[in-house]
Write a protein that binds this ligand. Structure first.
Ligand SMILES: Cc1cc2nc3c(=O)[nH]c(=O)nc-3n(C[C@H](O)[C@H](O)[C@H](O)COP(=O)(O)O)c2cc1C
Length: 305
């Protein structure tokens, strides 16, 4: 055991380390629990939940790209009721902060989901997905509209005492404008980024490889974009940031923290190496020991421009 303090704060939330698992890449945690020790992870963000179950988009829903993947899952999920009845009892067994991600096709649906879920004590915070590029309603229609993001933040905050994190889209000109409105309406933090809109064609059939035509690009390809968005928010808005996008190893985590992130989420890497989170956490500790960093959190926004 070292004396290094890996814990981080995101607003009023404290995590034992900055490594959280990103929404949609670890389901509701049960498969991951067989592969890693969930009690060592900073936190888990569950797959986007909507009020009613959603089937999602028809296949093909995932395509590999040279340095990432395109997905158009379309927010497949069990819905709030089944989540509370069937998924929460399993998650309760672990000592890991649970952040519940919510997606919806109207402001009222976001509010309704939050109202129901906030009663569940296992849920420590909400991450509001206003940035899914793969659904017709409730995705970028909200994520691209500053006033809609403001309204969702305000209305959701009004029905819960738990921290509300708004997950922002990179598919906008100035992400900081969105972070500003989240702060103004009382949001506790932002997470950045969700996936970037992309597509891919089969050169023989000339058809898009994804049935939905476009999908969300994730993985190493998007890391520089994500870092620039985190930096943009960090430089102009005083709101805690959870960095997401193409994080594959501990060095990427350090880079995101320097750029302004208080914590980070791992997404695509979970499909490549489900044990990545644990490896990254122990490497971060080694990095701190070797570089005489007592508190990992001191890295946040420590850029030297
Ligand atoms: C297969 C897949 C499903 C996803 N589903 C969701 C989702 O349900 N809700 C959400 O907010 N983000 C979802 N995301 C986005 C990720 O949480 C993350 O923001 C994005 O993949 C970028 O991080 P990465 O490059 O580390 O994967 C999904 C990503 C992937 C690859």
């Amino acid at each position: 055991m070292s004396n290094v303090d890996l814990s981080v704060k995101v607003g009023t939330l404290t995590f034992r380390n900055p490594v959280l698992l990103a929404s949609g890449t670890v389901g509701y945690g049960s498969e991951m629990s067989e592969l890693i020790d969930l009690n060592k992870i900073g936190g888990i963000v569950t797959k986007s939940l909507s009020l009613k179950p959603r089937k999602g988009n028809p296949p093909q829903r995932i395509v590999e790209t040279p340095s990432g993947m395109l997905n158009a899952i379309g927010l497949t999920n069990v819905g709030v009721e089944v989540f509370l009845k069937e998924k929460i009892p399993f998650l309760k067994k672990f000592d890991v902060p649970l952040i519940c991600n919510i997606a919806a096709s109207s402001v009222e649906e976001y509010v309704e989901c939050t109202k129901i879920l906030t009663e569940e004590e296992t849920i420590k915070a909400f991450e509001i997905n206003v940035s899914c590029p793969n659904v017709k309603e409730g995705g970028l229609q909200f994520g691209n509209d500053v006033s809609a993001v403001g309204k969702i933040t305000e209305k959701v905050k009004a029905v819960t005492d738990k921290p509300v994190i708004i997950k922002l889209s990179p598919n906008v000109s100035y992400i900081s404008e969105f972070a500003k409105v989240v702060k103004k309406e009382g949001g506790d933090a932002v997470s950045a980024i969700n996936t970037l809109v992309g597509t891919s064609f089969d050169i023989f059939t000339r058809k898009p490889k994804i049935k939905n035509i476009t999908g969300g690009l994730s993985g190493p390809a998007i890391k520089p974009v994500a870092l620039a968005k985190v930096l943009e928010i960090s430089m102009s808005v005083g709101i805690p940031i959870i960095g997401i996008g193409g994080i594959m190893n501990w060095k990427d985590v350090v880079e995101f923290m320097i750029a302004g992130a208080s914590a980070i989420q791992l997404g695509t890497v979970n499909f490549i190496d489900p044990a990545a989170a644990e490896k990254i956490i122990s490497s971060l500790e080694q990095y701190c020991i070797k570089n005489k960093i007592e508190k990992l959190s001191s890295l946040t926004a420590s850029y030297n421009l």
